[in-house]
Design a protein around this ligand. Sequence first.
Ligand code: PEP
Ligand code: MG
Length: 886
Amino acid sequence: MEKNTKYVFKFSENVSEGDRTMKALLGGKGANLSEMCGIGLPVPPGFTISTEACAYFNDHNFSWPDALQQQIEQGIRHVENEMGAKFGDPKNPLLVSVRSGATVSMPGMMDTVLNLGINDAVVEGLAKKTNNERFAYDSYRRFIDMFGDVIMGVNHEHFEKVLQDMKTKAGVSTDVELDAGHLKELVDRYKAVYRRKTGFMFPEDPYEQLIYAVNAVFKSWNGARAVKYRNINKIRDLLGTAVNVQAMVYGNMNDSSATGVCFTRNPADGSRALYGEFLINAQGEDVVAGTRTPLPIKQMKEIFPEIYNQLDKYTARLEQHYNDIQDVEFTMQEGRIFILQTRSGQRTGKAAIRIAVDFVEEGIISKEKAICDLVKPLHLDQLLHKQFAVTNGSPPYVIGTGLAASPGAAVGKVVFDADLAEEAFNRGEKVILVRVETSPEDVGGMSASEGVLTSRGGMTSHAAVVARGWGKPCVSGCGDIIINYKQKSFTNGDITVKEGDWISIDGTTGQVMNGEQALTDPGFDEYYYLFMQWVDEARNMQVRANADTLADAVKALEYGAEGIGLARTEHMFFAPERITAIRRMIISETSAERSEALTKLLPYQKADFKEIFRVMNGRPVTIRLLDPPLNEFLPTEDDEIIHVSEDLGISAKLLKHKIQNLKEVNPMLGHRGCRLGIVYPEITIMQTRAILEAAVELQNEDITVRPEIMVPLIGAVSEFIHQKNLILDEANKIFYEKGSKVDIKIGTMIEVPRAALTASSIAEHADFFSFGTNDLTQTTLAYSRDDTARFLGFYLTHGILKEDPFMVIDREGVGRLITLAAKEGRKMKPELKIGICGEHGGDPDSIKFFYENDLDYVSCSPYRLPLARLALAQVHLNKTAVGAMA
Ligand code: PEP
Ligand code: MG
């Protein structure tokens, strides 16, 4: 079968636009190269070896399908024809680059080899042909280094050491100062390193070099760092990586050659201008590795105006073609520009929104497309990132300034090692990873850190690109500091910062400060408000917030809440003056004692509800009756028990005895939820009174109130009826006493499988359902919410579960109960209002599921509201308006 399979595709072959199958087959880079050829950009010729070939290789014990070798040879002949040069021919040599390219962009993850095809004979030919011996030997020594490092696993450091020695010997400080003689000697010394470390001679045959390189790319798909990156980013179900073989063009030929990377717009704030950097007389890896500090692209306008204009024209064409900002790699060879690759540009949340708005206003895309394609829920999440607070105290001491590589503020203890960062994270500590520069091996530690600080590297260095993609604050290229890994410290003049010391970094300004600076929430700009207006026009499901306090409610409104979907009343009890009252209620022996203690709580609860109703001003507010097991309000430590017993005026012995009596093996399945209000009806009565007195009094002030009283953890309809009757009785008393009434709704949470299974009979009595998916997940999977850590991490890394069910709804199990309960509830009562208020209400995947089940609203924490609004707009547009989208 493989015989007839086409594994090799020329860039110049016709690839139909936006064809996902071709992207899956050719990888993102390969598909883009092909598309770029199609729109007339100056792309060096080449071909792509498909992801299917990689899958075959990894599935068949590192062997190639029969047809592959011949197809690669044909590909090389095609490139030879296009370039008018020959692979391995010393008189007229063709050199190629070999790069990986998976379907999904994985910056820095896979390996690249440049200058392949060079050997002792070819280097001489190259020197003659280009009339530049220095350039030829520089290319050769770079190739031996890369080939050794990437393909044979000889650490780059060994070559680097030899290079440093050579520079010292030559009395120069930079690579470009080495002359052809030095480089020639360097080639011999690199070869000796290669031979010593691998035990083999350096391969002279270009085809042999090519086979090694292709295999190395195939293998790197399953390398530890690539697998880790895919796991962190949840990249799954891909075949493998494609391999792109492309004619080399040279940015290091002379001073009218250069290499660079640029974004078509500013990826930090989205503003309209080419953004990036370039290096004269250098190759691509010098820019990406951040080992030499490049010039900003603006300077290209002055130094090479004609090239700059061409770049501007080509990048605009790319943006129009892909309907997105592009991250473009280019090379200028002796005054001629080549576009090497393009991909969709990683950007900050702030930039994503500005770009989406500008694209719509520039007429490039429709609003619908901007909402669906240009802004991801995670971008909005980033907008909520913390900033440093402006304090009245003494200003922070700035210990260094670098590039503002990824915005947001972060505070943590310094670690210099990525593994240590991961360990600290697992212990629950906040750390800042400080490195000279980062590499793909560091991604786990970067992910575990609050922020990243590097002393070297530009805006497109590894640290900067990865951090921006994750929305993690990053300061890169902070040359003010000198890092000493051995001594586990960094210095700036007299200042020394050691491992474990607190620092604060500001990825928006590039500043590094000592100590632990206070953080605040960010604000939104005009682009955000306009974009979110479009988002709100595009969705058909409501969003509410889980908000327990006035401050939460204010934040919720600011972030777009249309009501409160869950006010957890117990959170109001933890203030010092209230906790004693609830504790007194808990230790009561009689109903009269309990009522008396509760009476003390009533004014507090009522005042809280009044504040919330007032600020919500006519929007629905769902208040849940007391839910948690009562032991959560009691002390556990001996010292505390003594202190609380004094507070309550009882002996410590008696309090201990009471605590002992309340102890449950699994309190989450014990005396909690509606079971509290049933055994101690005084609680329900007091809370009903607090809610409704607040509501009636506000209504008398002409403020519209829409209270919804929610009974937690119902399993049997009889439990609900019991509580509903209590609420109604108390409500009628209050309405009678006050001489006026308010409209109330009485509903329940569905968070026990039995409630979901008997939804029809519960719906007969309830005005609304709200899925408590936290408890519903706990009770359906029989996983305790509080101690899954012991096995869940293992389950996820070993593929027993694909997602944490407490974060992403388990569609097959918990989801099935939701579908059933929603359907049967609505069948019984078509006007039944149904929402969800578990953590899943702020998760984009789960939101999609709730939309598919026709729920009326999702309720989530205020900070996740913008994300939920966007996710709802996207799912609705994708379902209804895709056809209409331009
Ligand atoms: C739930 O169980 O999903 C819920 C929202 O309630 P809590 O998290 O307070 O138990
Ligand atoms: Mg619950």
